[in-house]
Design a protein around this ligand. Sequence first.
Ligand code: ADP
Ligand code: 5GP
Length: 207
Amino acid sequence: MSRIVSPGQLIVLSAPSGGGKTTIAHALLKQDRNIVRSISCTTRLPRPGEKNQKDYWFLKPNQFLTMQRHGAFLEYAKVHSHWYGTPRPWVHRQIQRGKDVLMVIDVQGGLAIKKIEPQSLLIFLKPPTFSILKQRLIDRCSDSPRAIQQRLHDARKELRQARFYDVVIVNDDLSQAIREVLDTIHQFRNAAAHSKPSLTVGKLNFQ
Ligand code: ADP
Ligand code: 5GP
């Protein structure tokens, strides 16, 4: 027997490195049980404390390439010299279950998702200033000075892409930024519920 559900939404959260994606994503998952986070595949090495299958699927370059060749990624991109990709089947299943899938991905990935699914919601987090961004990266103590330089260099390019996003939120006061992101998602979900037809699970076409 088929079950009628409203399909979930695709939500992209992007920011330059140090912009607060991880911190805010964590708060969203705690505060809204209908949001699930997509765990990406990457060819970069785990940082201290990161766990395989929890933070990322850490893959060897040849494993990543095989998945890419088999069309296993909804989107993929090279970011800061490493490959990252969103696993397609998992996202597909969550959407069918009516879950909103949060993808914490870079701007190339965000724009690719918008092409695949124009009804997706793209949220960009902006740091209050460039020097605050630099200070947050330094204080995080997770990257070498050289990696921080590259991330800051890439940040200038990424910030220019913010204009293509649906919503830009300044991550100055953390609690306020979290509230603004949640409000945006709730408004978007309500609007989608009134405009999208319910789908029969099992028949959702997700290309
Ligand atoms: P990203 O995942 O985008 O690289 P993080 O979530 O790791 O960024 O945030 C970078 C650092 O900045 C972390 O140490 C985090 O605790 C801190 N941070 C994030 N948002 C704020 C904020 N609004 N005010 C102060 N520090 C913040
Ligand atoms: P980090 O190495 O700091 O975890 O992530 C570096 C960048 O890669 C961040 O901007 C992060 O959002 C992005 N990223 C993580 N997973 C994916 C993904 O699956 N696809 C894309 N396009 N970018 C990703």
